[in-house]
Design a protein around this ligand. Structure first.
Ligand code: FPP
Length: 248
């Protein structure tokens, strides 16, 4: 039986989040520059998005650029922004054909003007698509997300719209960039690193983590299937005992 056939479609994660790591090392192993790695990472993005949509996964979040990534060499940053722009322009039709909605989390106003503009156009064009949401984390940081949510809630308290005692989990959730998006059940990180790196800090509270040694440009459908199978073999207890879970 193939890996894909082994997947239990009734127990799919609804939301898969991925830290795409190892593009630079993949390129270095081949004696190429880091941008060559990022460019090759785009085909893994395509493979993963198609693989998730085909299976019936409803949300795919990809960590494409963190707030810390601005500290990289300027040529790499401008190269990444340019790659993003070209990829969006080239792939928007594929998104339409596959009924996939493009969304972003993070502060995209701070991206170069043409990249932000093209992203907005693609998001508008795909806004009515319903098969899967592909969410790009761009200029994103989990701490910054919690900070901006806190600020908005504080403004509401100051304006007398709510009282401090009204603040609860749901209210915080509703003010995060991910408002309305269910928390990921599965988080994948490639390249052997085992860290969250300021990704979805609040949203990963109960998420299962899957780490693979593969560099991102080598991540393909089979790797995706393996991650989902590993997730399906785990027991998710949400703080309860095994007996409580089995009795449900
Ligand atoms: C991490 O590898 C990768 C990134 C910071 C960028 C990811 C971007 C892409 C895959 C291309 C564009 C994406 C989309 C959604 C169109 P790294 O550079 O940290 O690798 P290293 O750890 O080996 O140095």
């Amino acid at each position: 039986m193939s890996l894909k056939e082994s997947i239990d479609l009734s127990k799919l994660p609804n939301h898969v989040a991925i830290i795409m790591d190892g593009n630079g090392r993949w390129a270095k192993e081949r004696g190429k520059n880091r941008l060559f790695g990022h460019t090759n990472g785009v085909k893994s993005v395509r493979e993963t998005a198609e693989g998730c949509a085909e299976l019936g996964i409803k949300y795919l979040t990809l960590y494409a650029f963190s707030t810390e990534n601005w500290n990289r060499p300027i040529l790499e940053v401008t190269g990444l922004m340019d790659l993003l722009l070209r990829t969006i322009m080239a792939e928007v039709k594929t998104l339409q054909d596959n009924n996939i909605r493009l969304r972003t989390i993070g502060d995209i106003d701070a991206l170069p003007g043409n990249t932000a503009r093209e992203l907005r156009v693609a998001m508008e064009q795909t806004a009515g698509n319903t098969r899967m949401d592909m969410i790009l984390a761009l200029n994103y940081s989990g701490k910054a997300d919690i900070v901006q949510a806190t600020r908005t809630i504080a403004e509401d308290v100051k304006a007398g719209k709510i009282r401090p005692g009204d603040i609860n989990d749901k209210m915080v959730n509703d003010h995060l960039y991910t408002a309305g998006i269910p928390d990921p059940e599965l988080m994948i990180r490639t390249s052997g690193e085992q860290r969250i790196s300021n990704f979805l800090l609040w949203q990963l509270a109960y998420t299962e983590f899957y780490f693979t040694e593969k560099f991102w440009p080598d991540f393909d459908r089979e790797e995706l299937y393996q991650a989902i199978l590993t997730y399906q073999a785990r027991e998710r207890r949400f703080g309860k005992t095994t007996e409580q879970i089995q009795g449900q």
